[in-house]
Design a protein around this ligand. Structure first.
Ligand SMILES: Nc1ncnc2c1ncn2[C@@H]1O[C@H](COP(=O)(O)OP(=O)(O)OP(=O)(O)O)[C@@H](O)[C@H]1O
Length: 264
């Protein structure tokens, strides 16, 4: 379960570039819920995920994961609770290490690390079985460097890494955006399977309105660092991409209005 209460975060405080990215962001995500997150550029989606992961520390507000206050914990102290897959397939894995070594690091996430002890024979069968499920033939390429894999293969391995150890929450930041449509569909299906199988609590940022409505159980829209729209259940099922786009445009319209007020 994730509970974010009234998060505020301003970048570049006291400088001409002062930028309030989170302006009272509150969201509760129940155990096992899969929430899609949309919002225009600069709405605060990545900043919110970064705050949950500990990449940035909020100025005020409170973040709880499974009831534990993690608001001020650094990333490495949350690593066992928070798994993440990024938009850039290069971001979540270590290209100079082999598939096997990457998986071994993932299994030791949040614990003291040591590569020599990490790459243990006991893990190998588990890795092979997990990789075989991807149907990409990677189970026979455990020794290959991550850098040799395609973007889609890397994202698939990143997802596997995120799910190897039981984490409380999974954060997906436009993780299919850099992939071609066919590979994106494959990775998205894999995502849904892993989340359902492991009953993960997940947040997925996407720019695709279609994806936002078709995937997961609930959709939230962020605008100017706040949740402006939150829909689930039958109400969400009745919503079409066009409705969501209209809402989106309405929010962007407000933004223009705000700007014109400021400039006026
Ligand atoms: N490290 C940073 N330093 C300064 N400003 C930042 C930083 N990270 C984000 N911002 C600013 O905070 C605001 C929110 O950015 P964020 O990346 O969270 O938006 P987003 O909704 O993820 O946008 P996009 O869809 O374009 O990825 C933006 O104005 C952005 O420029």
């Amino acid at each position: 379960m994730i509970s974010a209460d009234n998060l505020k975060l301003t970048f570049g405080k006291g400088t001409p570039l002062e930028n309030p990215a989170l302006r009272g962001m509150s969201l509760t995500v129940n155990q096992g819920e899969f929430v899609t997150v949309i919002g225009s550029n600069g709405a605060g989606k990545s900043t919110f995920l970064n705050a949950l992961a500990g990449e940035v520390i909020v100025d005020s507000g409170r973040i709880e994961v499974d009831g534990q206050d993690v608001t001020r914990l650094p990333t490495h102290k949350r690593a066992r609770r928070v798994a993440r897959v990024f938009q850039d397939p290069l971001a979540g894995t270590c290209e100079g290490l082999s598939i096997e070594e990457n998986l071994a690091l993932a299994i030791k996430r949040g614990q003291r690390r040591g590569l020599t002890s990490a790459v243990k024979r006991s893990y190998m069968e588990r890795f092979r079985a997990a990789l075989a499920k991807l149907n990409l033939g990677l189970e026979s390429r455990l020794g290959d460097k991550m850098g040799l894999l395609s973007g889609g293969q890397r994202q698939a391995v990143s997802l596997l890494m995120a799910s190897l150890t039981p984490s409380s929450i999974l954060l997906l930041d436009e993780h299919t955006a850099a992939l071609d449509p066919k590979t994106a569909a494959f990775v998205l299906e894999l995502t849904q399977d892993i989340i359902a199988e492991q009953k993960l609590t997940a947040l997925m940022v996407t720019h695709s309105m279609k994806q936002a409505l078709e995937v997961g159980d609930r959709t939230v829209m962020l605008h100017q660092g706040q949740v402006v729209f939150d829909i689930a259940g039958p109400e969400r099922k009745g919503l079409e991409v066009k409705d969501l786009l209209d809402l989106f445009e309405k929010q962007r319209g407000l933004e223009v209005e705000d700007d014109s007020l400021l400039l006026g």
